[in-house]
Design a protein around this ligand. Structure first.
Ligand SMILES: *Cc1c(COP(=O)(O)O)cnc(C)c1O
Length: 230
């Protein structure tokens, strides 16, 4: 099936999931996760009106951005090393994966040097899996308070990646927990911090995530096909 057909189906599934939850379909944005996929696949989705693309690797993002239309909005969704932040400074509209103060400080420094502000999500590792990035739920509040003091960076929400389940219902409690953490952070009313965005849900479980409040779903393989890693 073509990217265009996949995109049409995913949009309809997003719409239906939002309606089931009594939400506005427009309140959910699709991040097309294009890691390892060629620029041509991104162009095909862009031609169908897809605006936001998510990338995991700095070099790959820089390469593709140079080849593709400047109207594309890029999000960085992968683990980010501080020493690579400079290479993407000013190039992305949202970083989903801030999970430590040292990384936030480097983003603040690099965006500040451009006179810009970077919007970020704090990634939470709810399940405490060692192989995944993200701050623990316990350390989340202190991290958000510390990051909020940086002037060239703005926290606009949270992101999580639950453990893998064959059944998307397995991920639902993690989505619910992320929403609950966002609610508590909102109640804490930390100056400069908003909880507008919840980035959760991937190809296998984005509908459950939308039912639990996702505003950004990160969908790769359901849109572009399975990935091959070299
Ligand atoms: C690769 C990736 C996705 C997309 O996963 P699919 O299962 O292919 O939809 C989403 N989020 C992150 C952080 C990823 O690394």
């Amino acid at each position: 099936m073509s990217v265009a057909e996949n995109l049409g189906k995913i949009r309809e599934r997003i719409r239906q999931a939002a309606l089931r939850a009594g939400r506005e379909p427009d309140a959910v944005r699709l991040v097309a996760v294009s890691k390892t996929k060629p620029a041509a696949a991104i162009e095909e989705a862009f031609a169908c009106g897809q605006q936001i693309f998510g990338e995991n690797y700095v070099q790959e993002l820089v390469g593709k951005k140079g080849e593709l239309p400047p109207e594309i909005s890029w999000h960085f969704i992968g683990n980010l090393q501080s020493n690579k932040v400079r290479q993407i400074a000013g190039m992305v509209d949202l970083i989903h994966s801030v999970d430590r103060l040292s990384l936030a400080a480097e983003i603040d420094r690099q965006w500040g040097a451009l006179g810009k502000v970077c919007e970020v999500l704090i990634q939470v590792n709810i399940s405490q899996e060692e192989t995944k990035g993200g701050t623990s739920s316990d350390e989340l509040f202190q991290l958000v308070r510390d990051v909020a003091k940086l002037s060239n960076l703005r926290v606009v929400g949270l992101m999580t990646m639950p453990p893998f389940f064959d059944d998307p219902e397995g991920a639902r409690p993690y989505f619910r927990e992320l929403r609950e953490l966002a609610r508590k952070l909102e109640a804490a009313a930390i100056p400069g911090v908003s909880m507008l965005e919840l980035s959760m849900g991937m190809s296998g479980d984005f509908e459950a995530a939308i039912e639990e409040g996702a505003t950004l779903v990160r969908v790769g393989s359901a849109l572009f096909g399975e990935r091959e890693y070299r």
